[in-house]
Write a protein that binds this ligand. Structure first.
Ligand code: SF4
Length: 233
């Protein structure tokens, strides 16, 4: 849990990172969240988590609450009930998801979600499975579902040198999301190596060993390039 999050949606937010993820992104900096049965620090009911959130209500009144991960839609019943309780307290709600689940239960979470931070890992259908271990179809179908429901979206995109730092596919991302009125922003997230130590702690090989972080100058250039399609962050 993070009580003063400033990078997972608008304003100051309470962010809860949930355990479990079906993807295995090469650039993931939270591999400790992958295992649904992993080293949970907290096991809470929706009401217990809400009570934790309410301790910070005055700080997050103009921001809100974000469920992140891992993949929050891996625990859709919990997520739906928790976010419904947050909304009934007048809090703005967001989820950070890869869109890997298009199941009825996962989509029902959107009934109580004001904003979706949708990670689109790459628009390159050949690279997507290499990068994530999954197929691209659900990711894009999830965006269609959001458009149909009229749920606001910020698209998030991690740019990794040598993998997703590719003008052709970056423009493809811009062109694709430009067609969706629900997409309000594209957030460019420069690849960094801050999570590398976790792989070592978990006795796992770091998949992007030797890849340098994306420079601030290139990050800015990409934000400028994609601002032709949607406002960028
Ligand atoms: S979806 Fe997120 S948590 Fe899951 S592997 Fe990818 S980066 Fe990590």
């Amino acid at each position: 849990m993070e009580s003063f999050g400033t990078v997972d949606g608008p304003g100051i937010r309470f962010v809860a990172f949930m355990q479990g993820c079906p993807l295995r992104c090469q650039f993931c900096h939270n591999p400790d969240t992958w295992n649904p049965q992993g080293d949970c620090q907290y096991e809470l009911t929706p009401q217990q988590l809400l009570e934790e959130v309410m301790r910070y209500k005055s700080f997050i009144a103009k921001g809100g609450v974000t469920l992140s991960g891992g993949e929050p839609l891996m625990q859709p019943l919990f997520a739906r009930e928790f976010l419904a309780r947050c909304q009934s307290e007048g809090l703005h709600t967001a989820i950070d998801t890869s869109g890997a689940y298009c199941t009825p239960n996962a989509l029902a979470v959107l009934d109580h979600t004001n904003l979706v931070l949708l990670d689109i890992k790459t628009m390159n259908p050949a690279l997507y499975p290499v990068l994530t271990g999954a197929r691209i179809e659900n990711n894009l179908r999830f965006l269609d579902e959001l458009q149909e429901r009229g749920t606001d979206v910020w698209v998030r995109h991690v740019v990794v040198p040598g993998l997703t730092d590719d003008d052709h596919w970056l423009h493809e991302l811009g062109r694709h999301v430009a067609r969706y009125s629900v997409v309000k922003k594209i957030e460019i997230l420069p690849y960094h190596t801050l999570g590398a130590y976790k792989y070592e702690q978990m006795h796992m090989a770091y998949p992007l060993q030797g890849v340098e972080p994306l420079s601030a100058a290139r990050t800015q250039e990409i934000r400028q390039m994609l601002s032709a399609y949607k406002p960028t962050l």
